[in-house]
Every structure is written in structure tokens, then in C-alpha cells.
Design a protein around this ligand. Structure first.
Ligand SMILES: N[C@@H](CCC[C@H](N)C(=O)O)C(=O)O
Length: 265
């Protein structure tokens, strides 16, 4: 089996050209083994690129635990870069993912811009006024750290608090991803974000649907489009239009998507 390894701001994926539909997507144990960081290739998720009538391709996404999941923003950007590497697309594409059709384009510097689904207005979430929930293709709880809260984001226990919220009964049975955000003194500066990812069951270096949720929620706290976000794996940008009903459309997630290596098993 031939595979490629991609990363988008450190959110990493095993990428398989499965245009022949040869990969057994029901084999969760195999997917989990390929993603395992000690017994496998190592990745936050695995993505199959498949042919799809009326689209340039279909992206089929699995979390590192081997289960099919909801949309992966960084994975979507990496799949677009992979489609370009394979010669399937030039600089623009229209493809299908689990949450519906997506447009994307690849800039000359390699930046991949991915159009995300329209998003409803942030909902109140358990935890108080600093906590909101948004569905950006995947479910996301966003917690804004109180500036007086200690420790600050760099020293915050993302795993412990993220795990508690991910398994909170308010999110039963599907669970949620959990993002922690520091509010910058100047909202035009990058918003620091760290994310606990469902299905990886750990903090990842970046989450595309997560920073999208944070950027949209940050618009209620002085951020204006485009919002820059800094994750432990690098910087992403989210541009959007806010509708009169509080929801968002024309949401674009942008950042690097890099081919790291390829191999054969
Ligand atoms: N890393 C992703 C999100 C992947 C899906 C997530 N783990 C879930 O199960 O909801 C991203 O970049 O959006």
C-alpha cells in the first residue's frame, strides 16, 4: 500500500490515493494502526482521496482512533494539496466531503484556501459567559481564558480540561472538540488557540474546524474578518461574513498544507 504523509500547521494525516476504491474503510483497526505514533506511520487522522462523479474528488476522513468522523479543515486543505500533487486539479477545485461540497484554491506560495460550510450563530455552552459552542463541520466547544485566569494558555492543562469537557454529558453521545483561546490585547493580532481533539483524544498541534469556530466566536469579542490565529503548529487565517441573523457565510480557512514524505507498507 502506497501512502503519503501531509501536515497542515502540524495537524498531520496519512493520505491515500484511493481512486480505485481498494481500501477497506470498515477496517477501523487497520486505520488506527496506521495512525499509531509508535506502531504505525503516526498521524492525527487518515484520509482517502476517491473519485466522485460531478466533483474533482471526494475526501473521506477518519480520526486516529480509526472511526469515520465529521469534517476536518486542515485535512481538507491537505487533500486539496494532494489532489494538486497528483495532477487531478490545477489551482481551483470543487470537491465533496462529509459535510457537503467545498470550493478551494491553491495560491502560488502554496497556501490552501478552503471554503467552509455556513455556520449558525454561537450558542451558549456550559461553563458560563466565556464558553460557546459552534458547529463548523465538526462540533467545537470554545473556552475564552479569562485574562486574570491562571495559568495562561501556554501553561494551561489542555488535556485534562479538554478531556473533561469532551466527555461532559451535555455533549453525549457524540462528544465535542474543545478549544482554549487567549484574548490578545489587540484583536487584530493573532489569537492564540490550543485544541483537544475528539477521536485523537489528545491535544493536537492545530485544528482547522477548531480555529474556524474560534475566529467566528471571537467576532463577538472585537475580532474582525480576516482573523489570524496562532496554534502550536503555526498560523491560520479565517475570513467570513456575518449575517444579520448572527450566523456566518463565505467562511474561508487559509494556511499551509505540506507534503512531508511518502512510503509503502
Ligand atoms: N483536525 C480537524 C478536525 C478533525 C475532526 C475532529 N477530530 C472530530 O472528530 O470532530 C480539523 O482540522 O478540523
Amino acid at each position: 500500500m502506497q501512502f503519503h504523509k501531509y501536515q497542515g500547521t502540524g495537524n498531520d494525516f496519512v493520505m491515500i490515493d484511493d481512486r480505485a476504491h481498494a481500501f477497506d474503510e470498515t477496517d477501523q483497526a487497520l486505520i488506527a494502526r496506521l495512525c499509531h505514533r509508535r506502531f504505525g506511520i503516526g498521524a492525527d487522522g487518515l484520509i482517502l482521496l476517491r473519485n466522485k462523479p460531478d466533483f474533482d474528488f471526494e475526501m473521506v476522513y477518519f480520526n486516529a482512533d480509526g472511526r469515520p468522523s465529521s469534517m476536518c479543515g486542515n485535512g481538507g486543505r491537505c487533500t486539496v494539496a494532494f489532489a494538486k500533487f497528483l495532477g487531478l486539479i490545477a489551482d481551483q477545485t470543487h470537491f465533496l466531503a462529509v459535510d457537503g461540497p467545498h470550493d478551494a484554491r491553491v495560491e502560488t506560495d502554496g497556501t490552501v484556501r478552503l471554503k467552509m460550510i455556513d455556520v449558525a450563530a454561537p450558542q451558549e455552552a456550559e461553563g458560563g459567559e466565556d464558553d460557546v459552542f459552534l458547529h463548523t463541520g465538526s462540533p467545537h466547544h470554545v473556552h475564552f481564558l479569562d485574562p486574570t485566569e491562571s495559568p495562561a494558555l501556554a501553561n494551561f492543562n489542555v488535556f485534562a480540561t479538554g478531556h473533561d469537557i469532551r466527555y461532559d454529558q451535555a455533549y453525549d453521545p457524540a462528544g465535542t472538540n474543545v478549544n482554549f483561546v487567549e484574548v490578545p490585547a489587540d484583536p487584530s493580532q493573532p489569537w492564540p488557540v490550543r485544541t483537544y481533539e475528539r477521536g485523537v483524544e489528545d491535544e493536537t498541534l492545530s485544528c482547522g474546524t477548531g480555529v474556524t469556530a474560534v475566529a467566528l466566536a471571537a467576532s463577538q469579542r472585537g475580532a474582525t474578518s480576516p482573523v489570524r490565529l496562532s496554534t502550536p503548529g503555526g498560523e491560520l487565517e479565517v475570513a467570513f461574513n456575518q449575517r444579520p441573523d448572527g450566523g456566518f457565510d463565505n467562511v474561508w480557512l487559509s494556511g499551509p498544507a505540506v507534503r512531508v514524505f511518502e512510503g509503502k507498507i
